[in-house]
Design a protein around this ligand. Structure first.
Ligand code: SF4
Length: 332
């Protein structure tokens, strides 16, 4: 391990789910949920994975957590491969990668008191789980210590999500995967949870993989953004560049839908036609070509590769090879 090596490295990750059918129940088709995704995350960094429902972003999170086997590719934590780790080692690795789920109502056991919810991961990993440790976790997520004897239904949605974050912090995680962790919350509560995550990142040097369908949500939290479409990353860059100078037509369409607080501001909204195609039979060439307003012949035949278009800025669009081609009229 070198000092400047990323905490997490995901290389050419693929996850294809088989579909069984027919008389003999054989594999009749595959869902190409994730099809060659690569990125890394450094300590203390937030990378957001953004895209519409069904683009494969949550599957990436589950693959990193090793909730299933990869079809291909590799995942490394501190340089060590974790996608093929034996069960015993994998258990200790799980201490370092934790998850916060979308729904704070169903992700906490309604029959357990907060004290027991927070003690559970500590017990699982053989760590001390006295009142002092549980109380310290409550302090970290800004909840009163005396609330540990309450049940989840006695808390609001935002408070429950704080408990979910405390549970993720309990074993001393280095990386937290936040899978739509604020999507189910009201706007003001959402902002409080985002601020809490940012504070915890500063305090503990946490790395965050923030999975969201909404670019507006990640704008104030993230360092870098990877935009996914139909199982692939189409653009990856730092937050500032993405919001000021995005290249990919899909990213520009997503950005054009982000609400602005000024009712008089002029918007150049890009309305995408049609639905996201099925990942069972993705389109040839560029997967976005069936909906892209700038499609040309080459897009239907040749898949654009994710290539560098600036410092730390990657985009997968044939327009990037045409001088000035990435400047989509009316959206610059
Ligand atoms: Fe659109 Fe073609 Fe670029 Fe794909 S490669 S995003 S279809 S212009």
């Amino acid at each position: 391990m070198t000092a400047d090596r990323p905490l997490l490295e995901v290389n050419d990750l693929k996850k294809h789910f088989p579909i069984h059918g027919g008389l003999l129940g054989g594999v009749t088709a595959k869902v190409y949920a994730v099809d060659g995704v690569s990125f890394d995350i450094r300590r203390g960094e937030t990378l957001s994975l953004v895209g519409e429902s069904g683009c494969g972003k949550s599957t990436v999170g589950k693959a990193i957590l090793r909730l299933f086997k990869l079809t291909d590719g590799e995942v490394r934590l501190d340089g060590e491969r974790i996608d093929n780790m034996p069960a015993g080692k994998l258990r200790m690795m799980r201490k370092r990668i934790q998850v916060v789920f979308q729904d704070p109502f169903s992700s906490l056991n309604p029959r357990m008191k907060v004290r027991d919810i927070l003690a559970e991961p500590l017990i699982n990993f053989g760590m001390p789980h006295r009142a002092a440790e549980i109380g310290a976790l409550m302090d970290k997520v800004r909840l009163p210590r005396d609330a540990i004897n309450r049940f989840p239904h006695e808390f609001s949605g935002g408070q429950r999500q704080r408990i979910g974050i405390a549970r993720a912090l309990a074993p001393g995680a280095d990386l937290i995967i936040c899978d739509e962790a604020v999507s189910a919350l009201d706007v003001s509560v959402k902002a409080q949870i985002i601020n809490l995550l940012a504070d915890l990142q500063d305090e503990l040097g946490l790395a965050l993989l923030f999975i969201s369908h909404d670019l507006a949500t990640v704008e104030h939290l993230t360092h870098r953004v990877a935009v996914m479409y139909l199982g692939k990353i189409v653009e990856l860059t730092d937050r500032r560049t993405l919001f000021a100078r995005s290249h990919h037509p899909y990213t520009r369409a997503l950005l054009s839908a982000v609400p602005v607080p000024d009712p008089l501001a002029k918007r150049n909204r890009i309305i995408l036609k049609g639905d996201v195609p099925s990942p069972i039979n993705p389109p040839s060439g560029c997967r976005f070509h069936t909906r892209c307003p700038f499609v040309f012949d080459r897009c239907k035949i040749e898949e654009p590769l994710l290539r560098s278009v600036g410092v730390g800025h990657m985009s997968a669009c044939h327009l990037d090879e045409i001088p000035g081609g990435q400047v989509v009229p009316g959206t610059a």
